[in-house]
Write a protein that binds this ligand. Sequence first.
Ligand SMILES: *[C@@H]1O[C@H](CO)[C@@H](O)[C@H](O)[C@H]1NC(C)=O
Length: 351
Amino acid sequence: MEARCLLLLAVLLLAGAHGGEAQPLVPGVFTFGDSSVDIGNNDYLHTLIKADFPPYGRDFPNRVATGRFCNGKLATDITADTLGFTSYPPAYLSPQASGKNLLIGANFASAGSGYYDHTALMYHAIPFSQQLEYFREYQSKLTAFAGSSQAKSIISGSLYIVSFGASDFVQNYYINPLLFKTQTVDQFSDRLVSIFVNSATQLYGMGARRIAVTTLPPLGCLPAAITLFGHGSTGCVSRLNSDSQRFNGKMSAAVSSLAKRYHDLKIAVFDIYTPLYSLVTSPGDQGFTEAKRGCCGTGKVEFTVFLCNPKSVGTCPNATTYVFWDAVHPSEAANQVIADALLVTGIDLVT
Ligand SMILES: *[C@@H]1O[C@H](CO)[C@@H](O)[C@H](O)[C@H]1NC(C)=O
């Protein structure tokens, strides 16, 4: 807790040191990923994986459902706040993602997407490879808008957050016999990690120099995973949690070798497993009262348009003490805890 306060202070001081008016610590934030970071690209797609209707967003300023799979802010929104931004990088597909907004980055994420392009194609989401293409397109827009030297410094100074993998497992591998009958979890994980390495190398080639990649959450503790794979038990599914940990170990090793290969690249793993696991297993320690079900509806199966929607019965009146907002996604309160935990790793990347 004390360390967290000191870090926050450091962030504030550094932000102050940039000159009279507080400037964000980095010129922009770029996000690639799935529903854990999508801030609304899916609003513009023909997909069922959407969150642009209530009760999503009900605790967001103005109570607007933006397409975030949360009652309020995502962990990346909170990270952007901490970095000193007063408005968030726009969803890339949104009409506002032009002009002045280009200068604070962009969000290329698409709910239902994965490292593995097939995951996104199943859900009519934007595959990672396409997200990278959009980033290439973004760069030429930025260059036209800001000029080549400013565009270059924005691209190299910005923070890149990559967050995939949960959909690859929960919405694809575990339910898709074409995958789980032909590949072990280890083989599938190796494949996903190699896609990350290849994509991070492409980002580096396009000028990115500060990259964070999130770990998998404890997949076995997601309420939907407990419902689907828990065989009636209400505890976390340990098989899925150990799959997450093995995957995370492989990701860490891959990130270390990328750091060795490119000396001018700052790259780190954002560990969301540990803070989310401790929230789920000892919620009371941090003032939470419910960690087994999401706030929306019954909290055991609900997410997306069919399930968590304005007619869902049983939605909790106040999600502040719930770890999960729907059956898959953390609440804003949990995102705050997760974002705080990332600060220690994050500070190294942005200074
Ligand atoms: C939810 O509960 C928290 C803590 O008790 C309180 O601060 C907040 O105002 C409540 N939110 C709503 C929308 O009632």
